[in-house]
Design a protein around this ligand. Structure first.
Ligand SMILES: Cc1cc2nc3c(=O)[nH]c(=O)nc-3n(C[C@H](O)[C@H](O)[C@H](O)COP(=O)(O)O)c2cc1C
Length: 168
């Protein structure tokens, strides 16, 4: 093996997970941001975590509202997922900009993309400063799934999203 840096390691670990982090905006709309750095933390109680750059608008929204839904987007919205990962929702509505159809979820003002394989509805428990990111630790309130949707993963670092193929 050779010495490499962490971004190079992220390329070697591809395909990496992809989520769309859905948060509530002050105008009642839903902001969508593409996030690879998420993980399951605990099944008893159900907990997950994700990391977002300190400057992200999504971070501001979840710190304000304490609510967030992480979705695993389906392959049908691959281009839109890249769009949500390269623009901020601070001054624009990404769902309409990238043509993402949203659906409501019981007991939540935050909407989720119709083409989602999984949606994990959460409350923010705590967050911590980790270098240039904040780590958001969340309690899971409800989970939804749709096996018919094929999950997206990040390839070539984070420069492309596509399905993951399983070796035979
Ligand atoms: C495939 C992919 C994965 C990404 N993963 C992360 C991530 O894990 N954490 C993060 O802070 N930003 C990540 N980004 C970048 C954010 O989505 C981007 O900064 C976005 O503009 C944030 O939007 P917001 O300001 O509306 O929250 C990723 C982008 C792409 C394309």
């Amino acid at each position: 093996m050779q010495k490499i840096n962490l971004p190079q390691a992220a390329k070697l670990t591809c395909p990496n997970p992809v989520t769309l982090v859905c948060t509530l905006k002050p105008d009642g709309g839903t902001n969508l941001a593409t996030v690879s750095w998420w993980t399951y933390l605990s099944f008893n109680p159900n907990m997950i975590a994700y990391a977002m750059a300190k400057t992200s608008y999504s971070g501001e929204m979840v710190r304000n509202n304490q609510k967030v839904i992480l979705t695993i987007p389906g392959t049908e919205i691959a281009d839109a997922v890249m769009g949500c990962g390269s623009t901020t929702g601070r001054n624009s509505d990404k769902a309409s900009k990238f043509g993402i159809e949203l659906a409501g979820i019981e007991g939540s003002d935050i909407k989720v993309p119709v083409h989602s394989r999984v949606a994990i509805q959460c409350s923010l428990k705590e967050y911590h400063e980790v270098g240039d990111h904040y780590l958001y630790i969340c309690d899971v309130e409800q989970v939804y799934g749709d096996e018919a949707e094929k999950a997206l993963f990040a390839w070539d670092g984070y420069s492309k999203v596509a399905a993951a193929a399983q070796e035979e």
